[in-house]
Design a protein around this ligand. Sequence first.
Ligand code: 2HA
Ligand code: ZN
Length: 280
Amino acid sequence: MILTKFIESTYVTEMRKITSHLYEHGWDERNGGNVSLRLTEDEVKDFEDVHEVKRNIPIDFDAVELKGTYFLVTGTGRYFKNVYDFPERDTGLVKIAADGKSADLLWGFNDGGQPTSEFPAHLMTHIKRLGIDPSQRVVMHCHPTNLVAMTFTVPLVEKTLSRILWKMQAESIVVFPEGIGIIPYMTPGTNDIGEATAEKMADYRLVVWPHHGIFGTGDSIDEAFGLIETAEKAAMIYTTIQSQGGKFLAEITDKDLENLAKRFSIHPNPDFLTGDSLVK
Ligand code: 2HA
Ligand code: ZN
């Protein structure tokens, strides 16, 4: 068997590409945003350079439910603009230690770095989503401009925001039929925001952090990114409508939503399927 270095793995390649995309979209200015990708023992065992524990890094949360799980994760304070060129510095592969309160660093963070300040929120989210979907792999946090802007102008009510996003394009309800979750405004980087986010993840794969950003999840980087970009595209259409005067002369009706659900065999959140019209 030919042993290869972890930097050449598809996981690192995917992480380099997605952080670049997120930066280029303008959703991860400076050190904004973070991504974690769950990996299994089987997926990492054949790389020649991931066997030795380089350092043990404390986690400010008891992640014992994830003991032995591997995560490729972006680093705290790191700029997504730079990850493509410096993956071994700005990302790291960690394995949650047996006590759950620390992680063994196996690769990366080679200048002394650590996982994102939102790592506890990621781990809590992984735990919650894994309980619902064993194929859960990715947690992605970013700052999509139009969605964040909407949290200042649209009531922070899940039904209201979900229905607006569903009605901005036919794609939305098909991509996130359960709607979109919202937590109250909270201080980032705390376990409280992690707990509130994970609680919402019982019902949603997308959770909005008002005046800040969004958490998206999925079984792959494509899936988590696809959710976020679809919601953000809907938010961009809404923003454009506002700049055109904001008066709706037409809309995707509740009946149209029902027809989309039938055509694409999806089961949208029944509580969100009927409500106020956008055309007044
Ligand atoms: O990682 O975006 O919410 C930086 C952030 C914190
Ligand atoms: Zn953020």
